[in-house]
Design a protein around this ligand. Sequence first.
Ligand SMILES: [Zn+2]
Length: 279
Amino acid sequence: MRLFEAIIDANHRAVSGDNSAGLHPADFADELPVIALTCIDPRLNALFPNVLGLPGEQFIWLRNAGNIITSPLSSTMRSLALACAVKGGREIAIIGHTDCQVCKTTTSQLLDKLKALGVERSRLPDNINEFFGMFATERQNVVKACDIVRQSPLIGPKIPVHGLLVNIETGKLEWIVNGYESRQLSALPANNAFSPSTDASTRELGAGPMADFHFGEMKFPEMKIGDASVKIGASEAMPSSPPPIAPRVQPLPATPVVPPKIPVPPPIRARVNLPFGRR
Ligand SMILES: [Zn+2]
């Protein structure tokens, strides 16, 4: 059993009430430490790394608002690359969470909130959605991030890139992108993301190996997998083009509206003992 197969198994058993569920990190020495990118939501503070069943020293934690990766060469991508090269990270996990406020914030709401903080619209890039990496669903955002990491020239094919979603109320993990399977596609010819022609690079990235990759039975009607709007240097340059991804921040009519919840502290004790107990 591979590391994340064991993590998911232990997590699901623990959530189901199995007090004996746990992970033996020593059994996975070749697959540790794990590098995780999560959202900045403070409710996650009590969940990680316990929800993965990993000891703290085997958990390299990167965070940004919405666990967003904007481009294959972005600042977050560089940190992921350094975490692998310098800190010896063996596997990468992009872990979104339910009830993400970045997902729930519309463009107009964001602009209003920024304005209330003294940030004028005229000083912001035209394409607000793309600039901040706003997204419409947490799952879609995780899939897109995994896609970009997998395509990035900064991450070698030896590193599995997983995508997960954690239920912020129960701690249950959902494995959205299996990095052990998608890694095999990396053996295909690499795209040159440093091509002087940004447009050509973008087209190549969009038509790369991931274009033929099927994420199980999951459907993402809002966005095609290959349409990850991967633009080299998008994190540095303020895009001036109209927002092609504007629909993403609109709430989907089909999505059941989750009533806003008071930020109740999660049951830490139960989660601390989740998959990380048995030795
Ligand atoms: Zn969030």
